[in-house]
Design a protein around this ligand. Structure first.
Ligand SMILES: C[S@@+](CC[C@H](N)C(=O)[O-])C[C@H]1O[C@@H](n2cnc3c(N)ncnc32)[C@H](O)[C@@H]1O
Length: 361
């Protein structure tokens, strides 16, 4: 019998099914999670040594590969053997000879959506430190990292360059999906925290009647300007060095916020959204926010490989403290608290979603 104080069955949290046994031995599953660190090391060797590039056109034996990768043949062979059990390489049957699998091929550097920058980024000292310090971050309720992540990237050009290469690979499918949206009536697009310019570049190349403004930190604006100039967009695009916590350029029909809001706490994200709203209010025609991020599923997590939103949520916790993946309801509430109304939500590639927001009527 259900009494008034029990939640109705419709709203009761879903019962969690018992996880199937992963291992006969208690602790076997925990051991598998620990082993992930070593699996990552194997992946890192393939990515950093360029193994996938040297196997791109044909299988090779370990002696040839070691020479091409400038590695010790015996040590490399141990990694190649281990990589076969991870499904990244396969032994061809010829002694000591390996070929790429479909997954291993994604590590090739020459692919625009190569996974190599994602692997190298995960091995960056600050990224690794953010994981090692997670317990401290959780204890303190703020990032335990010695300095803000974007300041670190600004002061370490090699890490910054890698981050922007990594973001570019992630931005390509987003850029393609945005470029397919309806740009009739859109004259100017402001890309807020537009990174290396992948998204704005694609939009302006596809919609030749549009002009664009890319707002970025001073250390990144130059990278974006170079990319946009290389696309031949110098006359239709301006790059603005600035700070979205301070202000956002006025005069746009569309304000892009791709992979921005999830970096920040509600307070910080609110500041960015209010600056966007202020810019929208100053215009003589209605404007829209096009916000693209992952949506955290509202239902309780189930046993199984964690979805990307769960992994990125913890990644944001480690790197940014208040950064987080939000549910659709949390985005709607965040927008509403900062004077914006979500009017449309649609799925985007890579588990992302587009949220269109306007000024309330
Ligand atoms: C996760 S990246 C997303 C980049 C791009 N929007 C995309 O989708 O690829 C976040 C971007 O915000 C920029 N950013 C961080 N703090 C900023 C600030 N205070 N003002 C302007 N841009 C900032 C970073 O430099 C970085 O390029």
């Amino acid at each position: 019998m259900i009494n008034a104080s029990s939640p109705s069955p419709r709203h009761a949290p879903e019962a969690q099914p018992l996880p199937p046994p992963v291992s006969e031995r208690p602790g076997g599953h925990v051991q598998q999670i620990v082993n992930g660190v070593v699996s990552f090391g194997i992946l890192l060797c393939l990515a950093e040594l360029g193994v996938a590039d040297h196997l791109a056109d044909r299988p090779r034996n370990v002696t040839d590969l070691a020479e091409l990768c400038e590695a010790d043949p015996e040590h490399l062979h141990r990694i190649l053997r281990a990589a076969t059990s991870l499904g990244l390489l396969r032994a061809t049957g010829q002694p000591g000879t390996y070929a790429l699998t479909r997954e291993g091929r994604t590590l090739r550097q020459d692919l625009p959506d190569s996974m190599r920058p994602a692997v190298l980024m995960a091995a960056d000292p600050l990224w690794l430190e953010s994981i090692r310090l997670l317990p401290e971050t959780v204890r303190a309720g703020r990032p335990a990292l010695p300095r803000p992540t974007y300041d670190y990237l600004a002061d370490n050009p090699a890490a910054g360059d890698l981050f922007h290469r990594f973001m570019r690979t992630r931005a390509i499918p987003v850029a393609e999906a945005i470029a397919k949206l309806d740009f009739r009536g859109v004259r100017t697009v402001v890309d807020v925290g537009g990174g290396g310019g992948t998204v704005l570049g694609k939009v302006l190349r596809t919609h030749t009647h549009c002009t664009g403004v890319l707002l970025e930190r001073p250390d990144v604006a130059g990278i974006a300007a170079q990319h946009l100039a290389a696309l031949g967009l110098r006359d239709r695009c301006t790059t603005v060095e600035g700070d979205f916590f301070h202000s956002v350029p006025e005069g746009a029909d569309v304000y892009l916020l791709t992979s921005i809001v999830h970096n920040w706490s509600d307070d910080d994200a609110g500041l960015i959204l209010r600056n966007v709203r202020k810019a929208m209010e100053s215009a003589d025609r209605p404007a829209q926010v096009w916000c693209v991020d992952l949506l955290r599923p509202a239902f309780p997590a189930r046993f199984g490989p964690p979805p990307m939103a769960t992994i990125l949520d913890v990644r944001m916790l480690g790197l940014f403290g208040g950064g987080q993946e939000r549910s659709q309801a949390e985005y709607e509430s965040l927008m509403a608290r900062n004077g914006l109304k979500v009017t449309r939500v649609e799925p985007f590639p890579n588990d992302m979603h587009l949220m269109v927001a306007t000024l309330p009527e």
